[in-house]
Structures are given as C-alpha cells and as structure tokens.
Design a protein around this ligand. Structure first.
Ligand SMILES: [Ca+2]
Length: 135
C-alpha cells in the first residue's frame, strides 16, 4: 500500500497528478487510493439504559474518525420493539457530538446511532441501547 491518502474534501486533481508524476515506483491505479478509508466509530455517552419512568429521554453520542477523516453526520434509528412497531430513522448533520431528545409512549425501544465520515463511510456497528418506558 502506498503512503498517500486522498480522503479530505477538496482534493485537487492537479496535486494528485503532480504526486503521481514524481513517484519513483510503478504508478498504481488511482482508484486504490481513493477508496481507502476506514469507517468511523460511534459512542453513546449518556442516555437511558433499562427501565425509565418518564416519557422524556435524552441521548448524547459522538463519533470519531481519527485515522483518516472527520465526522460529517449521524444516522439515528429508533425502533419500538413491538409487533409491527414503529421505526424512526433520520439523519443529523452534526460533527463530533450530538444529542437527541424523545418524548415517547410506554414500550420497549432500541436506539442506534451511526456516525458517517466526510467521505461517506458509515459506522457499520452502530452504538446501541435498549430501554423501556414504564409510566
Ligand atoms: Ca474515515
């Protein structure tokens, strides 16, 4: 694998061509470099875990993409774990840290957050919490 990484926004084609021209070894296909990007990671820092006796819940979460990028947005999925239960799915355009507040009816829920980096890679192991609202 080469030492170049073109994962930031605003990569300019002229600089890539210049690098390739100055390369002493065999020129590798550009595509190999462009698609090299690690997925970000997502962490829930606070929020309900288990039974909650209030309809209001708040989740705080953040993402890291330390190796090769920046967090661009989050994918949030909230499932109500019942037969034919509801699913809420949305995207939040926030970087690094975010939080969401829900007001919910009684039920069992699964909350998941996946960070997405500036190159579009999605955390495929979302941070997740199960909780129940029991009023
Ligand atoms: Ca990345």
């Amino acid at each position: 694998m080469g030492g170049w990484r073109f994962i930031k926004d605003g990569v300019n084609l002229a600089s890539i061509v210049l690098l390739l021209t100055n390369c002493s070894g065999p020129i590798k296909p550009l595509d190999d470099e462009v698609i090299e990007n690690t997925r970000p990671k997502t962490f829930i820092t606070s929020g309900p875990n288990g039974v909650v006796n209030s309809p209001n819940v708040v989740f705080h979460y953040h993402g890291t993409d330390e190796e090769d990028g920046e967090i661009y947005k989050f994918r949030i999925v909230l499932n109500r774990e019942l037969e034919g239960g509801d699913t809420l799915e949305l995207y939040r355009t926030e970087s690094l840290e975010d939080n969401m507040t829900f007001t919910l009816p009684e039920g069992d829920y699964l909350f998941r957050a996946s960070s997405i980096d500036s190159a579009g890679a999605v955390d495929n192991t979302p941070a997740a919490r199960y909780f129940s609202i029991d009023l």
